[in-house]
Design a protein around this ligand. Structure first.
Ligand code: AMP
Ligand code: ZN
Length: 471
């Protein structure tokens, strides 16, 4: 029996996690909509899933992880109005929707690597699973859950009595304040499109034939169709940001439970709270574009953002500011320095310190098993890093904690302070290093002088060359 306790949005309780199949876990995560770069808020969602996955692996479970990539159908308004985000981005930039999707998918995969997120087993694209989505919509139609309007095929939420349960929706209140709005003929406000027709006279870049007419899938159907395609009709865990609870995940549940006659479709639903900028949620649609590269440009190691993330519980909102980010970067550098020292310790822990060592190990994993309590796990990590255990004992523990943290305590070096990553300066420093190696000190000094003329001081330390702007 697993010792892991997770908060389940479906039941609103912390529950002991039991996989459906012994020893094996199946997870589906709502992934990026790839019309723009993933901002730091989005990355919080993937760091949260990575923490979860590491906790499951540490329990000895085999994990199958599927993440979708939304490259069609996500409208600017979650409730079936507005434009398709991909088509709009294509129109504005002049690039094709496919080229935009490829660019931002690549960036996101690269960010995941820089944050040391474990690779998913499947990254599935909505545009590559149109037949599966049509099949599910047909199934729902055959069972009488749908109706056809001029602009698409809709799910009739009144036919699914549990519709309000998951998000504790007030449907009567929604109906009273009805803004069925732009979609003429919608029977209830929360009814949503399974398939949308291309608007008359509009040539979309992304459209397909379907039994109902040429068009594109509604946003929610891709997650129901692809998760079931890869994980089977009943699986263990489904994740996303809290913004998905009232619409996207509620609609996914309606489609899947109605389509496949099961309840619950997914045992455990988990949601990360938002990253905020001041009082606002960091949001692409509000034009917030704070991305990982903005941190790198300020000389912050991408993994320092992971360290920042670990300082708050995933179910708490977290506020971003550059001051706090810089403080996290300093904390991360110090922790890495402690890890580098521990890694170089020779020998084995003393037998007398075994109890103390096992106590700390227990404390760390108890924090992780308590609904992924990262701040508590970080406290234990720091207690060990700063504490009086021997070098080999610290090494053993920090390498063990690394499995849960993913901070690179096993192989990363602290990035020197005040040396923002700047490819041009790094290249000059590399030239200088090469000149010194071939004992061409005149060339090495010329590079130093040229940098000094720009206001950049360099310093040779035992960890390598550091540089900083002095004016
Ligand atoms: P999107 O690319 O907009 O579909 O979002 C990708 C993931 O990021 C989803 O799981 C969202 O719920 C999540 N998300 C969006 N904004 C934030 C935020 N400010 N903080 C944390 N997660 C977010
Ligand atoms: Zn989804």
């Amino acid at each position: 029996m697993s010792e892991l306790f997770l908060y389940n949005t479906r039941t609103r309780r912390k529950e002991r996690f039991e996989p459906i199949e012994a020893g094996r876990v199946r997870i589906y995560s709502c992934g990026p909509t790839v019309y723009a770069p993933q901002h730091l808020g989005n990355l919080r969602a993937y760091l949260f899933v990575d923490l979860l996955k590491r906790a499951l692996l540490a329990e000895g479970l085999r994990v199958t992880h599927v993440i979708n990539i939304t490259d069609v159908g996500h409208l600017t308004d979650d409730a079936d109005r507005g434009e398709d985000k991909m088509e709009r981005a294509a129109e504005r930039s002049g690039a094709s929707a496919a080229a935009i999707a490829a660019k931002y998918t690549g960036q996101w995969l690269d960010d995941r690597k820089r944050l040391r997120c474990l690779e998913a087993d499947v990254y599935c694209k909505a545009t590559e699973h149109i037949p599966q989505q049509i099949e599910l919509a047909r199934r729902l139609e055959a069972k009488g859950y749908t109706y056809l309007l001029e602009d698409g095929l809709y799910f009739d939420t009144s036919k699914f009595p549990r519709y309000a349960d998951f998000a504790r929706l007030d449907l009567a209140g929604q109906a009273a304040g009805a803004r069925i709005g732009d979609v003429a003929g919608k029977r209830q406000p929360p009814d949503f499109a399974l398939w949308k027709f291309a608007a008359p006279g509009v040539q979309r870049q992304q459209e397909w034939d379907s039994p109902w007419g040429r068009g594109f899938p509604g946003w929610h159907i891709e997650c129901s169709a692809m998760s079931v395609h890869y994980l089977g009709t009943h699986f263990d865990l489904h994740t996303g940001g809290v913004d998905h609870i009232p619409v996207h995940h509620t609609n996914e549940i309606a489609q899947s439970e109605a389509g496949f006659d099961l309840h619950p479709w997914v045992n455990v639903w988990m949601h990360n709270e938002h990253l905020k900028l001041g009082d606002e949620k960091v949001s692409k649609s509000k034009g917030h574009t704070l991305v990982l590269d903005d941190l790198v440009a300020r000389g912050i190691d991408p993994l320092a953002y992971r360290y920042f993330f670990l300082q708050a519980h995933y179910r708490q909102q977290q506020s971003f500011s550059f001051d706090e980010m810089e403080a996290a970067a300093t904390g991360y550098r110090r922790l890495l320095s402690a890890a580098v020292e521990a890694r170089s310790a020779a020998g084995e822990p003393e037998p007398e310190e075994r109890d103390a060592l096992e106590y700390e190990r227990g404390e760390f994993w108890a924090a992780v098993r308590d609904d992924l309590n990262a701040p508590r796990a970080m406290e234990v990590t720091w207690r060990v890093a700063r504490g009086s255990l021997s070098g080999p004992a610290k090494r053993e523990l920090l390498l063990d904690f690394e499995r849960g943290l993913g901070l690179g305590l096993d192989n990363q070096q602290p990035q020197p302070a005040d040396s923002p990553a700047d490819p041009r300066i790094e290249a000059l420093l590399e030239d200088r290093r090469a000149a010194r190696a071939r004992r061409d000190f005149a060339a090495a000094d010329a590079i130093r002088d040229a940098l000094r003329a720009e206001g950049i001081e360099i310093e040779d330390t035992k960890d390598g060359v550091r540089w900083r702007r002095v004016r």
